[in-house]
Ligand binder design. Structure first.
Ligand SMILES: Nc1ncnc2c1ncn2[C@@H]1O[C@H](COP(=O)(O)OP(=O)(O)OP(=O)(O)O)[C@@H](O)[C@H]1O
Length: 448
């Protein structure tokens, strides 16, 4: 990774350079804005620490020149500024700077900023190599390069060769239906039908008919024979989606056919043998649903022959970039700041949310370039910080600090709870604190 340090004061440059070189990175130096621009154009550094206050050609000049220069790729720029110039730094963020840091800075903070930037650069390079190289990131319709997705691809390959039922688990939008289709496509049933059913949407009163079909005249309105999903899928695969939300009456009827392998259409005594491989999926915690007696344990055991888990998108950073790259139309680019925002977002709606957001922002962006504003995602630190900081500036310092920390903790806790579907233990693990401490904090911060 290449970093450029821009500062007119030799001592400040030396201190910053030393901090960054200790991590084994290549560091270039410039003592004015003109030289900095030259080095950005010729050396293409990945990250720039840019002092705002320089006697000739200051940091603002560099940012404005880069904004106008469409031929030069904007690197990540972290603006270094005096403590009393925060509002100026916020202006720089509007001009394309990624972040800012105030002097005197904390060495550890600078190192972690560089480390985060390095992580992004490495991820981008990796995605680029994978997209252009021989290493496969595509498994049928599924894209993925993270370790858990590669493991999942191997599991799908193996599971497809068996006729065992498969239960796919994962949050909403993680690609459960795609996995089910891939299992079918790679099985020896591939030439036979794949029928997908949303079991949560089956009305209890129509369950028998939906699942097993009916004969003409079986009930009022049955004016022709109907196959039902089991017979439609005969010889192939039946995908039962949202099984955690299946009405109890439907569960009972489903269990019977899974046990017997025979369906009985409504209105006839005659059973029909069916050969169906069942794949089911849920985003629900089925074990808890069984304990709460809303899901039948015997049905659960029937359905979970092989269990496959799809990890949430937030835990696979390489996939965020890979998928975003793939969803972006070929003639549209994306800014570094937008990439940072994509990596920081927790993606409660997983791949579906990413796909929709990238499609929508690519359609609405200007000059075929998606920026953070187009995405509508905020950075942990960014333009929005201007407002929260303003809130504390007129308070006595001690009180301001307490309020700032409280507000930050509230935000971090809400975000963790959100990411973990309001499971307090999981949120505590995510935050790296004990469950009891989290509960105490939630109480004192009045988080419900
Ligand atoms: N790994 C992936 N590669 C490419 N596209 C994906 C991937 N995962 C999900 N998608 C896309 O994201 C969207 C949601 O996927 P899918 O419907 O399979 O999710 P799901 O887990 O079944 O969601 P739900 O639980 O809400 O039914 C689809 O458009 C799908 O094509």
């Amino acid at each position: 990774m290449k970093i450029l340090v821009v500062d007119d004061e030799p001592a400040a440059r030396y201190a910053m350079t030393k901090t960054l070189r200790a991590e084994g990175r290549q560091v270039l130096e410039a003592d004015n804005g003109e030289t900095a621009l030259d080095l950005i154009r010729t050396q293409a550094p990945d990250l720039v620490f840019l002092d705002l206050n320089m006697p000739t050609h200051d940091g603002m000049f560099v940012l404005q020149s880069l904004q106008q220069d469409t031929a030069t790729m904007m690197p990540e720029i972290i603006v270094v500024t005096a403590n009393n110039e925060v509002s100026l730094a916020v202006q720089c963020v509007h001009l394309g700077a990624t972040d800012f840091v105030t002097k005197p800075y904390d060495v550890q903070h600078i190192r972690s900023m560089a480390a985060r930037s390095q992580q992004r650069v490495v991820l981008q390079q990796k995605v680029h190599e994978l997209e252009n190289g021989s290493e496969s990131v595509q498994f049928g319709q599924l894209l993925g390069t993270s370790r858990p997705m590669r493991t999942l691809f191997t599991q799908i390959e193996k599971a497809a060769k068996t006729s065992l039922p498969v239960l796919i688990r994962g949050e909403s939008g993680t690609g459960k239906e795609l996995v089910a289709r891939e299992l079918h496509a790679r099985s020896d049933r591939a030439s036979k039908p794949f029928i997908a059913v949303n079991t949560a949407a089956i009305a209890a009163s129509l369950a028998e008919s939906e699942l097993f079909g009916h004969v003409k005249g079986a009930f009022t309105g049955a004016d022709h024979n109907r196959d039902g999903v089991f017979r439609q899928a005969d010889g192939g695969t039946l995908f039962l989606d949202e099984i955690g939300d299946m009405p109890a009456a439907v569960q009972t009827r489903l269990l019977r056919v899974l046990q017997e392998g025979i369906v009985q259409p409504v209105g006839t005594e005659q059973g029909v043998k069916v050969d169906v491989r069942v794949i089911s999926a849920t985003h629900q915690n089925l074990e808890a649903a069984i304990e709460d007696k809303v899901f039948r344990q015997d049905l659960y055991f029937r359905l979970k022959g092989i269990e496959l888990f799809i990890p949430p998108l937030r835990s696979r950073q390489e996939d965020i970039l890979l998928l975003a790259n793939r969803f972006l139309p070929a003639d549209v680019t994306i800014s570094d700041e937008a990439i940072t925002a994509l990596l920081q977002h927790v993606w409660p709606g997983n791949v579906r949310e990413l796909q929709q957001l990238v499609h929508a922002s690519a359609a609405l962006c200007e000059e075929n370039r998606v920026t953070r504003c187009d995405l509508g995602l905020s950075l942990d630190r960014g333009a929005e910080d201007e407002v929260p900081f303003e809130r504390y500036l007129d308070l006595p310092l001690t009180e301001a600090r307490t309020r700032l920390v409280e507000d930050f903790e509230r935000l971090a806790i809400l975000r963790a709870l959100d990411a973990e579907s309001h499971n307090v233990s999981a949120a505590a693990r995510r935050l790296g604190i004990h469950r009891q401490s989290l509960q105490q904090k939630m109480k004192s911060l009045e988080i419900q």
